[in-house]
Ligand binder design. Structure first.
Ligand SMILES: Cc1ncc(COP(=O)(O)O)c(C=O)c1O
Length: 398
């Protein structure tokens, strides 16, 4: 009797997996998890065909830079492939400390901690610093890792309209609460390509005594002097308490970082479960990020090329009358408004040799179903011409 009861419990979960509508649709149309057979720079091979990668986050194109590859290889030869443990126990190495010191200095912060994924770094920036009883003021369009961290923190959350200082103020006035407050924003919104209205938002945050956390995964390497990010772009380093982000975009590696004052980072090292109980990044990952960070400061041509390419790309999309949601950065959405329009558009681009990613509601707000594209410093003029032709074809087929 007891055994059959347990069997039923298990069946509920197994049926849920088997009958899940979203999974069935994903497997039917197969737009995600496409495994590429080869890659060199912005060219990938899929099903035996070479295509232009138009949705990577390798903004500066450093993933294939010889110095980055050599640094990762040399570090792997020296230290092995894994740290096999958490920083708090057996996984700490001098290369972690070196990377953290260099990142902190670059970001104009006192200290920094590095994790095995940007997702972990960003999530823990909510989960560690906010707690039950606090109020988190969150932009409605935040990335999933921030929402996860907010949920884990158990703080009360108040959402304000995307990038709207007016709405933030109204919500703070209505909340009329003496609880500790955290303001959470992204520097550059990954889907929209919008730059945070940092001067206005941080001014309100300061007025209401908010501890401010900025996820700059897509601003780092793209904005500010030498790619120092969104706070540097506005000259507002001192107005943000925590800057977190990813090593997997401009830094050509895998992992994430949290930077702030020494007190804040030491508190994180003591209290963050995501830090204490997760293995440290490998030597190869750390060395790749360190080499990329060095190149950001010694080879300005990558950042220049990124913005020159972005300008050309946006001009060609504008000529075709495509809606780019007023993107201000190399992360450029093509908003088509419904999944029925997005899927064929994506498919047509793929047929013409351009790889992009679909994002449909609820991953984006209803009516904003889009194709996510992102420009890299490595896109060549010839590739941009091919992209223009593919876009024109997809528009004609709409
Ligand atoms: C805004 C934002 N924050 C955090 C992350 C997580 O970074 P990672 O992919 O390195 O885990 C992403 C990933 O795309 C992101 O877009």
């Amino acid at each position: 009797m007891a055994i059959s009861l347990f069997a039923n419990h298990k069946k509920g979960i197994l049926n849920r997996c088997r009958d899940d509508y979203a999974t069935k649709m994903r497997l039917k149309y197969a737009p995600y998890y496409l495994a590429m057979e080869a890659q060199k720079d912005t060219t990938v091979r899929l099903d035996g065909r070479d295509m232009i990668m138009l949705s990577s986050n390798d903004y500066l194109g450093l993933s294939f830079h010889p110095k980055v590859i050599e640094a990762a290889n040399a570090a792997t030869r020296k230290w092995g492939t894994s740290t096999n443990g958490a920083r708090s126990s057996n996984g700490s190495r001098t290369f972690h400390v070196e990377l953290e010191e260099k990142l902190a200095a670059f970001l104009g912060q006192e200290a920094c901690h590095v994790h095995a994924a940007g997702y972990l770094s960003v999530m823990t920036s909510m989960a560690t610093f906010a707690q039950k009883g606090d109020v988190i003021l969150a932009d409605k369009n935040l990335h999933s890792c921030l929402w996860d961290g907010i949920q884990v923190s158990r703080a009360t959350v108040e959402r304000f309209s995307h990038n709207s200082p007016d709405d933030l103020r109204e919500i703070l006035i209505a909340a009329n609460s003496s609880a500790a407050k955290m303001l959470v924003i992204e520097g550059v919104y990954s889907m929209e390509g919008h730059i945070a209205r940092l001067p206005e938002l941080t001014a309100i945050g300061q007025e209401y005594g908010c501890f401010t956390v900025l996820d700059d995964a897509h601003g780092f390497g793209v904005l500010g002097r030498q790619g120092r990010g969104t706070t540097d772009h506005f000259g507002l380093n001192s107005k943000v308490d925590v800057i977190c982000g990813s090593l997997s975009k401009s830094l050509a590696s895998t992992g994430g970082y949290v930077a702030g004052s020494r007190d804040v980072i030491e508190y994180l090292r003591t209290n963050s479960k995501q830090t204490i109980f997760s293995a440290a990044i490998s030597a190869g990952q750390a060395a790749a990020a360190m080499a990329a960070l060095e190149l950001m400061q010694t080879e300005p041509q990558h950042l220049e090329r990124l913005w020159a390419n972005t300008k050309k790309y946006k001009a060609l999309l504008k000529q075709l009358g495509l809606d780019t949601w007023e993107s201000e950065t190399p992360a450029v959405p093509i908003v088509l408004g419904s999944k029925e329009r997005v899927y064929p558009f994506w498919r047509n681009l793929l047929d013409k040799g351009v790889f992009t990613v679909m994002s449909i509601a609820p991953a984006v707000p209803a009516g904003k179903d889009l194709i996510r594209t992102a420009i890299s410093a490595l896109h060549t003029d010839e590739q941009l011409e091919k992209i223009a032709a593919a876009m024109a074809y997809a528009v004609k087929k709409l």
